[in-house]
Write a new protein. Structure first.
Length: 38
């Protein structure tokens, strides 16, 4: 269930969703996750 339209998803190189983060998550905190999957 997506509570709000600012929910963030990390998608891997194959187009699969691998992580989900809530609307209050600061995008700058997602850099390590992005580096892990990309």
């Amino acid at each position: 269930f997506i509570k709000w339209n600012f929910t963030k998803f990390i998608i891997d190189k194959n187009g699969q969703p691998v992580e989900r983060h809530g609307p209050k998550t600061d995008p700058s905190k997602l850099v390590s996750s992005l580096e892990k999957y990309w």
